[in-house]
Design a protein around this ligand. Structure first.
Ligand code: SAH
Length: 347
C-alpha cells in the first residue's frame, strides 16, 4: 500500500489537463483519462491509453477506484453493503439500495466521526480523518463498476458528519452533479447533518437545490444535548433559525430524521412538542425505528408506538413517513461493519 500515490479523482479537469500535458501527452488524452476515472476503471482497463502513459501514471497516482475489503448482499432485498479500503488502509462503508426509480448510494464522508451521538455506531471509535472529494466519489464509481450499474441518487448519510468536512463535501457535490462528472442532479442528492447550524447557513448561501436532512431525534434541548453533544453548541432555537434561512434561500423542504427509541423519545409529549416546533414550516419528518447498536442500551420503539407517533404528527399538521428499513440482515445501518472489522483486527 503506497500512501504517497495521489488520487486522480481529487483533481478537476483543468488540473488533470496540466498533469497529462506535463507527462508529454496530447490534450485529447485528458478526456479519455477523465472518462475512465469516472467509470471506476483501473489503469489496466484503460485500453485506449498507451501502455507507457498508463505505467507512468501508476508510478505517481491511483485511479480513485477503491479496494473492496468486504461486500455483503442482503437476502431479503437488493441492498448491498460495501466495506472499502482507502489508499492509506483506512476503512469506510457505503450502502447500495435498489428502488423502483433506480439505484441509490449511501456514502461516507469521514473515517470515524467527532460528533459523539450516543445511539450511533460510527462515532464509537472516534475520528481519524476527513475523506477527500475523490474518496467520496470513489465509493460511487467503484459500486457503479462493480455492479455494472449507474447510481442516480446519493445520500450523504454514511460514516461521518458531512458539514464537518465542508470544503471536500462541497467539491464532491459539484463533481457529482457536473455533466462531465457523474451527472447526478442536485435534486437527487441528500445531505444529512447532526445540526452544525453555522455550516447550514453557509450551505444555504451556495443555493444548491439538494435536500437537507437534519438529524433531530428529540424536541427537548436537555434530552437532545444528552443524546447529541452538538446540541450544546447549537441548541434547537439556533438550529431552527439556520433551517429557516436554508428554506428561504433554497426553497427546498427540509427533512427531519427522528430515530424512535423505546421509552426514550417515543412518547406523546415528544410528539406534541415536535408539532409545536415544526407546524407551519416547509418540512417533512422521517421516522426511523432505531437500529440497535451494541452498548447503547437503546431498543426500537414498538410498531404500535411508531404508528401512534406518526398519526399524532399528521393530525397536528406535520407531514411524516416511517422509513422502510432495508438490508436488516446485513446490518446496513452505517458504521456497524467498519466497527466490527476494526475490533476484529484489534484482537
Ligand atoms: N452525521 C450525519 C450523517 C450520518 S448519520 C448526521 O448526523 O445526520 C445518518 C443518519 O443515521 C442520521 O440521521 C443519524 O442520526 C442516523 N443514525 C445514526 N445511528 C442510528 C441508529 N442506531 N439508528 C437509527 N438511525 C441512526
Amino acid at each position: 500500500m503506497d500512501t504517497q500515490l495521489k488520487n486522480l479523482l481529487d483533481y478537476n479537469i483543468e488540473e488533470l489537463e496540466s498533469i497529462v500535458k506535463a507527462m508529454g501527452q496530447p490534450a485529447f488524452r485528458t478526456k479519455q483519462l477523465w472518462e475512465w476515472l469516472y467509470k471506476g476503471a483501473d489503469f489496466s482497463e484503460m485500453t485506449n491509453l498507451p501502455e507507457k502513459f498508463r505505467s507512468s501514471l501508476a508510478e505517481n497516482y491511483r485511479s480513485g477506484k477503491l479496494g473492496v475489503k468486504a461486500k455483503l448482499c442482503s437476502k431479503e432485498d437488493d441492498t448491498v453493503k460495501y466495506l472499502f479500503s482507502l489508499g492509506d488502509g483506512n476503512l469506510v462503508e457505503s450502502v447500495l439500495m435498489k428502488y423502483k426509480y433506480g439505484y441509490s448510494a449511501c456514502v461516507s464522508t469521514q473515517v470515524g466521526c467527532k460528533m459523539g451521538c450516543t445511539f450511533c455506531a460510527s462515532t464509537k471509535a472516534g475520528f481519524v480523518r476527513n475523506l477527500t472529494s475523490g474518496e467520496i466519489l470513489g465509493q460511487i464509481v467503484t459500486m457503479n463498476a462493480d455492479m455494472n450499474i449507474r447510481i442516480g441518487h446519493v445520500v450523504l448519510m454514511g460514516i461521518g458528519e458531512p458539514l464537518d468536512n465542508y470544503d471536500n463535501v462541497l467539491d464532491f457535490l459539484k463533481k457529482a452533479q457536473s455533466e462531465k462528472g457523474l451527472g447526478i442532479s442536485y435534486r437527487n442528492i441528500s445531505l444529512s447533518t447532526c445540526g452544525l447550524a453555522e455550516k447550514v447557513i453557509k450551505l444555504a448561501d451556495e443555493k444548491l437545490p439538494i435536500t437537507l436532512s437534519i438529524s433531530l431525534h428529540s424536541p427537548f434541548d436537555e434530552q437532545r444535548s444528552d443524546m447529541m453533544p452538538v446540541n450544546r453548541k447549537y441548541p434547537l432555537d439556533k438550529l431552527f433559525d439556520a433551517c429557516n434561512i436554508y428554506t428561504l434561500s433554497t426553497g427546498r423542504r427540509i427533512t427531519y430524521e427522528y430515530a424512535l427509541i423505546e421509552g426514550v423519545n417515543d412518547t406523546k409529549e415528544h410528539a406534541a412538542k415536535l408539532i409545536s416546533l415544526l407546524k407551519g414550516s416547509l418540512c417533512h419528518v422521517n421516522l426511523i425505528p432505531v437500529n440497535k447498536v451494541e452498548g447503547t442500551g437503546y431498543e426500537k420503539a414498538s410498531k404500535k408506538n411508531i404508528a401512534a407517533f406518526k398519526e399524532m404528527l399528521e393530525k397536528g399538521g406535520v407531514n411524516a413517513t416511517v422509513r422502510r428499513t432495508l438490508g436488516q440482515d446485513i446490518e446496513a445501518a452505517c458504521g456497524q461493519l467498519r466497527r466490527a472489522a476494526e475490533s476484529d483486527s484489534a484482537q
